[in-house]
Design a protein around this ligand. Structure first.
Ligand code: ADP
Ligand code: ZN
Length: 736
């Protein structure tokens, strides 16, 4: 019988515990490194930990304890959860690099990396190994005695039809409704994940541009290559041909899409070309399915993995290619810790495993384009659509012009109504994009000026008519719509700014015959309904699709000939160094949706700022013009890609404490006089509270990463030991 010392990371992802703790094992089968174990820690008896180093103990336990000055807790055979390591050496090293780059506790990265049933956290032990789907069913529609959150969920369940348990929202609210007998859970066994058999199709013969792009990517001396191809230029076909080459060389492919709802289409493409060598990894799969797929990949049974952000961590042994389609989309960045961006992780992984990394986009982020121009990334370009289909004709509608609005509507401009009428009469389809969901987006009292703000985070409350509730789109707070102003009692509350819901109603009134579908995250919470809407629109079951930017991405609708963007100015008003880039991308993507098949497309942009460069150049699809102009702006204001950004957020229960700590943090940082570093703030973020804590942010701008990171790491570590404080570090933040 041997005795061993086992280093264990515990599941708490707080910075003060971001180091291994030593446990003692006596027996013949010590845990292998990179397995989960059950361990006691402090007063807690059964935490999940992640074993790191395991070494033979050179001395008796008592001797060691005497030397250490504390008693070693023991691990027993029954505490070992996984018989085999969960990570390959490559992934383990990648995890360390990610944790180091993002200044994140290592355990947090491991938790983001591994699927729920293998993740080092207690909840993983309850994750099922058989695949069931759990649906929520309405039992009793009685609304008496419900809190606003409960009302919201009940009404959602009523309006959405069968909805999966994990899609309906807060488990606590659901539990309350189950306890009150309003909802019930129905369990249905789900077919294990299987990609339907498809006829293998022959590849399209590549166009001249596609062939040139393929050669450029394969021939590039850089590992990372930007593929900039206009919408409809046939980038997918390039990914497929590239994959063919990689598979032929005996290596695997990881194909990333920005959103879960774009996976089925991509899986289709790959399945038609490569049959069933494919695995899918994303959070919409049940835990059991993810477990299966993860294991299949780890066993080397899938040569292609298609998935969203976290698939960049797929346990594939021999990766030859990682593709990020629509590289510019923000959902590639996780918006909570460790705040990783799939692009940066893909690049780290590509470098370690000598894999090509291809970033595809019609409108690349400025950073990607700048690196390509400097030769840091390789570059391939496809400036034309397949078969020379023209890009849509685009018109900007100046809403300030007299006569912009007619008698019919004060929300949709006259030219847009006329254009819609024309398209609908020919049996063609229209897409209306607006970047706000809900019915009214601003609620205030005209008598006393009271603004309806979220008590949790300070954001604006939005009126949702379908559910008759006020919602905060930032933190999820809901409350009932009041009859009177809570400040002065005025019953005439003013509602301004319209969202998707109100627009749908307006369009239906204007075109009573038209079949209308709406797609926003209220609807899209249920993946089933989302798929139905997208599929229905493609098959012309609807004439008009109204949606938020989630419809602007990726989808291919052959009969769509008119795309319109409403309220494009709202995006410009949102503070942040990327607001112009966002608006440009929204418009360019929307314009790119129209006219993708034989019918020529048109696009209309409604705006009060027709001369703003993001709008004017977006409408012209003039990416280069936009790039040059925006790069000048970024250079003047010192924003990426000219500098790096790190946002350090300090949270505390009292606002003064958050402010004081952030101030002294910023001052300490400044006193270090690091070259090229500017510390800005403390600033109050737009949403001042989160999880009941007040937030203050110190923004770091710098050029020399090496010089800054080590000192910052030390400072963050020290501050996170202070009582009642939590620190969130966002490296390369997308806002600010
Ligand atoms: P992108 O992703 O660049 O916007 P897609 O990959 O969706 O463009 O391609 C646009 C359309 O062109 C698709 O319908 C696709 O099937 C078609 N296509 C792509 N390559 C070819 C080709 N070489 N020959 C014929 N059709 C093609
Ligand atoms: Zn809120």
């Amino acid at each position: 019988m041997g005795s061993f010392l086992v280093e264990v990371l515990v599941e708490y992802s707080v910075r003060s515990l971001d180091r291994p703790f030593t446990y003692f094992y006596r027996g013949d089968r010590p845990p292998k490194p990179h397995c989960r174990v059950l361990c006691s820690f402090g007063p807690r008896k059964r935490l999940v930990g992640f074993a790191l180093m395991v070494r033979e103990a050179s001395e008796a336990k008592e001797t060691l304890e005497r030397e250490l000055g504390y008693s070693l807790k023991e691990l027993r055979d029954a505490d070992i959860i996984d018989p085999e390591p969960l990570l390959t050496t490559e992934l383990w090293e990648l995890a360390q690099e990610v944790a180091s780059y993002y200044l994140s506790p290592l355990i947090r990265v491991l938790q983001a990396m591994l699927p729920p049933s293998l993740s080092p956290r207690s909840s993983s032990l309850r994750a099922p190994k058989i695949a069931y789907d759990y649906y929520v069913k309405v039992v009793d529609r009685n609304e008496d005695g419900l809190t606003p959150k409960q009302l919201e969920m009940l009404r959602l369940a009523i309006s959405s039809g069968p909805i999966k348990k994990k899609e309906i929202g807060s488990p606590a609210v659901l539990k309350a409704l189950l306890d009150k007998g309003r909802l019930a859970i129905e369990r249905r066994e789900r077919m294990r994940h299987a990609i339907p058999e498809r006829e293998i199709e022959k590849a399209h013969e590549l166009t001249y541009e596609q062939r040139k792009a393929l050669d450029a990517i394969l021939g590039a001396k850089q590992e990372v290559v930007l593929l900039q191809g206009v919408t409809g230029s046939g980038k997918t076909e390039v990914y497929l041909s590239l994959s063919e080459e990689i598979l032929a060389s005996g290596k695997g492919v990881i194909m990333l899409v920005p959103e879960i709802n774009l996976t089925p289409a991509m899986v289709d493409y790959f399945a038609r070309r490569f049959g069933n060598k494919i695995a899918i990894l994303h959070s919409e799969l049940t835990n059991a399915e993810r477990y299966d797929e993860y294991r299949r990949i780890a066993r080397g049974e899938a040569q292609i993995v298609v998935g969203a952000r976290s698939a960049v961590f797929a346990p594939m042994a021999n990766v030859g290619l990682i593709v990020l389609d629509e590289e510019h989309v923000e959902s590639y960045k996780q918006d909570n810790a460790p705040h990783y961006h799939a692009r940066e992780v893909a690049i780290m992984r590509g470098r370690r495993e000598k894999a090509k990394v291809v970033l595809g986009s019609a409108t690349p982020t400025l950073g990607a384009r700048a690196r390509a121009l400097k030769g840091v990334y390789g570059y391939a370009e496809m400036p034309h659509r397949v078969n020379e289909r023209p890009l849509p004709k685009t018109h900007i509608i100046d809403l300030r012009a007299p006569g912009a609005f007619g008698k019919e509507s004060d929300k949709i401009s006259k030219p847009l109504i006329e254009k819609m009428r024309e398209k609908l009469s020919k049996g063609e389809q229209c897409l209306l994009l607006i970047n706000r969901r809900g019915y009214w987006t601003g609620i205030n009292c005209p008598r006393c000026g009271h603004l309806f703000k979220c008590p949790e985070c300070g954001g604006n409350l939005v009126y949702h008519r379908e559910q008759r509730l006020l919602k905060c789109h930032h933190c999820g707070h809901v409350e009932e719509y009041p009859e009177h102003c809570p400040e002065c009692g005025n019953p005439a509350i003013r509602r301004v700014g319209f969202g998707t819901e109100r627009l749908e109603e307006e369009v239906q009134a204007l075109f009573p015959e038209a079949r209308i579908a709406r797609l926003d995250s209220d609807v899209g919470r249920s993946s089933y309904r989302l798929e139905q809407v997208v599929k229905g629109f493609r098959e012309r079951e609807f004439d008009i699709l109204i949606g938020t930017q989630m419809v602007a991405k990726g989808h291919d609708f052959p009969h769509l000939t008119l795309a319109a963007v409403l309220g494009s100015d709202v995006g410009l008003a949102i503070p942040g160094y990327r607001s112009s880039e966002r608006v440009f991308q929204l418009i360019a993507q929307a314009v790119g949706r129209a006219g993708r098949s034989l019918l020529p497309g048109e696009a209309l942009i409604e705006t009060y700022n027709p001369n703003h460069y993001a709008i004017a150049l977006g409408a012209k699809q003039d990416y280069v013009g936009f790039y040059l102009k925006e790069m000048r702006e970024r250079k003047l204001a010192l924003f990426p890609p000219y500098v790096y950004l790190i946002a350090v957020e300090i949270r505390a229960p009292k606002e003064e404490r958050a402010y004081e700590l952030a101030l002294s943090f910023a001052n300490e940082l400044r006193s270090l006089e690091l070259p090229s570093l500017r510390a800005i703030g403390p600033m109050a973020p737009y949403y001042v509270r989160r999880d009941g804590l007040y937030r203050r942010v110190v923004l770091l701008k710098f050029k020399d990463r090496e010089a800054v990171i080590a000192s910052l790491r030390e400072l963050v570590r020290r501050y996170s030991l202070l009582p009642e404080v939590s620190i969130d570090v966002d490296v390369d933040p997308l806002d600010f």
